[in-house]
Design a protein around this ligand. Structure first.
Ligand code: ADP
Ligand code: ASP
Ligand code: MG
Length: 436
């Protein structure tokens, strides 16, 4: 069985939903994971904000606007009167439930319930369309098998047992359809896998059922060699090693959710990135690809803070780095990049929630300086240290850009540099010009 995940734009209109169903039927036996229609999750978050601010009239206006969009989608998607009627009932049910949240105080639990409506809507409508077109399909409720633990990480054993059980109880279908993104937490409440998390659902389910392949269908023909939102004339990379894809996803290549590579890599299941608008294009396949002695792609991660701790006491001292890292660990803040010298260490973080406490504890070791609004530019490829010349090319490409940190040798797959936010776009462009 293959897993096929379709993102927001791929299910963004009635026409696009029909196209998805067309693509699914080409494959035969599949587990299909759908995101919410594009724009819906953002709208639901805005609605939640209005409800929290007690702006009930505005919340209701936005709910009506969103509901109208779905009513139109149902009318375009479904043809037979009985199916249109069922589609409209799905919509009035869900929007009725959404309206019950207005005018009353809501907390995090309710926010997560609201944001889950997006994936429920898209899957219910596509399920109806599949039925109407006579496909042998069934809709499975992701909250019955997708679960995160108390630490927010997916409970892989639970997921594996439950999806196996659910598929066994629903034998004989060609197409199994389910929601991406949504899950339950350790308290049994509705929760989610964070923004963009439908990719993660697909990969977790692919690993759980030992899928033949995990396909991530989106609006572009695979992973490009640079961020197409900032750089012109980028081109798709046809093959990536799992590690290369993981680095790119983590360091800002939006096409993949940062954590989505790990489950596929552990289970050694190829991940294929494909374009719903150009289904026959090659796309990108991510697997245990052989080294190619080439640089493959560049990505950028925003909102990075660099912290430098300078201490003469570090000179010849052992245990210094341990003490520094313990402070970050204690404050649940992960470090992305590190560079060291004999008298100092610089690290980067992407989460400033606990920065005041961290800085105050670090200042006991020496002088601490902070640079905000920085960007990590990550160059990914076959960067095994014996391969000559790649690091020189990267540094040469950035000769006009002030570089705050450079990190190389941490893995065989990347060189990262830290630059100011305002230098991001020209850094990406210059790297493309020099490297490809
Ligand atoms: P979906 O809604 O299908 O999950 P996303 O918007 O999350 O789609 O991801 C696809 C988008 O990722 C593309 O439209 C593109 O703008 C962006 N993107 C950023 N970096 C890359 C890259 N290196 N290669 C391809 N797409 C990228
Ligand atoms: N709908 C969710 C989001 O917009 C999850 C996803 O699309 O992957 O973040
Ligand atoms: Mg996405």
């Amino acid at each position: 069985m293959k897993v096929m995940k379709f993102g927001g734009t791929s299910v963004g209109s009635a026409e696009r939903m029909k196209n998805v169903v067309n693509l699914v039927t080409r494959e035969g036996n599949t587990l299909v994971v759908l995101s919410a229609m594009s724009g819906t999750t953002n709208s639901l978050i805005t609605i939640t904000d209005r409800i929290k601010n007690a702006e009930t009239a505005e919340a209701l206006r936005l709910i009506n606007e969103l509901e109208n969009k779905y009513v139109n989608t149902v009318r375009e998607l479904l043809a037979k009167e009985e199916y249109i009627k069922q589609g409209l009932t799905v919509i009035s049910d869900i929007f009725g439930r959404l309206r019950e949240y207005t005018g009353v105080p809501i907390g995090l639990k309710q926010e997560k319930e609201i944001v889950a409506f997006g994936e429920k809507l898209s899957t219910r409508l596509v399920a109806l369309y599949m039925q109407e077109t006579g496909l042998n399909s069934v809709l499975l409720d992701a909250t019955e098998f997708m679960k995160i633990r108390e630490d927010g990480e997916p409970d892989s054993d639970y997921i594996k047992n439950k999806i196996t059980e659910t598929l066994a109880a629903n034998k004989g279908y060609d197409i199994y359809l389910t929601q991406g993104f949504i899950c339950r937490n350790h308290l049994g409440e509705i929760d989610n896998l964070q923004r963009g998390g439908s990719d993660y659902t697909a990969s977790l389910l692919g690993a759980a059922i030992a899928a033949e392949e995990i396909q991530i269908w989106t609006d572009i023909d695979g992973m490009h060699n640079n961020d197409p939102r900032f750089v012109e004339n980028t081109s798709p990379v046809h093959e990536l090693h799992f590690e290369e894809a993981a680095e790119l996803a983590y360091f800002g290549a939006k096409i993949l959710h940062p954590t989505c590579v790990q489950p596929a890599k552990s289970a050694n299941i190829p991940v294929r990135l494909l374009n719903t608008m150009q289904p026959d294009a090659n796309g990108t396949v991510i697997y245990n690809a052989k080294p190619t002695h080439t640089i493959k792609a560049i990505a950028a991660k925003d909102n990075i803070t660099a912290i430098k701790i300078k201490s003469s006491r570090m000179l010849l001292a052992y245990g210094f780095l341990r003490k520094v890292f313990e402070i970050f660990e204690k404050h649940h803040t992960s470090i992305d990049m590190i560079t060291t010298s004999e008298v100092g260490v610089s690290v980067t973080i992407d989460n400033e929630c606990n920065i005041d406490a961290i800085l105050s504890e670090l200042s006991e070791f020496g002088s601490v300086t902070v640079d905000r609004d920085m960007v990590i530019i990550c160059v990914v490829g076959d960067l095994e240290w014996q391969n000559r010349g790649f690091e020189a090319k990267v540094v040469d490409a950035l000769r006009d850009v002030p570089v705050r940190m450079i990190s190389y040798g941490g893995s065989n797959y990347n060189i990262s540099v830290l630059v100011k936010k305002e230098d991001k776009v020209r850094s990406l462009r210059q790297l493309s010009k020099h490297l490809f």
